[in-house]
Design a protein around this ligand. Sequence first.
Ligand code: SF4
Length: 166
Amino acid sequence: MDLKNNEPAPSELNRLVHLAPLEKVLNIARAHSLWPMQFGLACCAIEALMGTNGPRYDLSRFGYEVMRTSPRQADVMVVAGTITYKAAPFILRLWEQMSEPKWCIAVGSCAISGGPFVDSYYVVPGAKELIPVDVYVPGCPPRPDAVIDGFLRLKNKVLNPKVVEG
Ligand code: SF4
């Protein structure tokens, strides 16, 4: 088939082949294979993240269950728990070691805003003070369902980068 410039593709070809910008195709692949790096810092890591990954809630149904321990193998940092000023440089360093594109989910009140320890002299008032956060999962701790909802919101954000999630 010989298509000249500006010549519309035949309807048969249109029907069989979906042409899309490469970035859109890549985003579909990324959204369906997020590679999380869990940064468990306190109770939320156990109550929320481990529960989400366990057999009852089974995050693997969505394909996001393989928590990486290396930032070089991850594209989603999951910050779960209380961030102390002592731990802050490690979060920052690991975030910088993750390649682009990358996203962050803040799990629990502490990771969102410092939670019950916000007035403490040693607690960072939320992951957003260190790195850009894409999705916030509220709760102290959040239920595993809420963590799964957070992953699905991130999936939606990756698929539709221009849509602002609530
Ligand atoms: S939000 Fe609540 S459950 Fe989660 S780390 Fe803070 S104190 Fe613990």
